[in-house]
Design a binder for this molecule. Sequence first.
Ligand SMILES: Nc1nc2c(ncn2[C@@H]2O[C@H](COP(=O)(O)OP(=O)(O)O)[C@@H](O)[C@H]2O)c(=O)[nH]1
Ligand SMILES: [Mg+2]
Length: 196
Amino acid sequence: MSTINFSIREINFKIVYYGPGLSGKTTNLKQIYQQVPAESKGDMVSLATEDERTLFFDFLPLDLGKVNGFKTRFHLYTVPGQVFYNSSRKLILRGVDGIVFVADSAQDRIRANAESLRNLRENLREYNLRLADVPHVIQVNKRDLPDAVPMEMLRQVLSPDGTIQMFEAVASEFQGVFEPLRAVSTMVLEKLAQKA
Ligand SMILES: Nc1nc2c(ncn2[C@@H]2O[C@H](COP(=O)(O)OP(=O)(O)O)[C@@H](O)[C@H]2O)c(=O)[nH]1
Ligand SMILES: [Mg+2]
């Protein structure tokens, strides 16, 4: 749910990077943080364990220019992927405007991807939302892996009806990082325009 502050002409959006553990969600935010000029970003906040795994979330505020005279501020969040952090994942979905689902191309993560997508749908239900209600795209990350599963197979698993836009990425090499963010941001803005 976007929040609009009319007095300072600013719209805030919440984008959540969701997906199984170690698929590259934090890497996306770090890469975005590095590429965006200082005046367009706030501090990136990571609450991580000693081995750098996301404990609660990573957070990055981004200013993505003006729309109809309103400053658009995007708040990017990631979730921890480990099974036992489901309460954190659920909490971070509160008020979500858009979702980038980061899938892992590794052969042995096919099930983890499917399970995480199922978990996303289940957690959204707690807010009376269906995935179809929330603008979302899939980033298929780690395309550089020698055992990367063919895109077509991942599509069968994650979007069998072909309705979800999918983007190939090597987030660690900064490939395919901005495309899914741009796509979901556009969808979020279009949805807002429809409501207005
Ligand atoms: N081979 C490869 N490794 C990646 C890629 N993106 C991220 N990684 C690595 O995957 C591991 C987990 O990444 P991280 O962003 O912490 O995953 P998260 O649990 O989803 O936040 C790290 O070692 C990253 O360097 C990629 O595109 N290709
Ligand atoms: Mg992480």
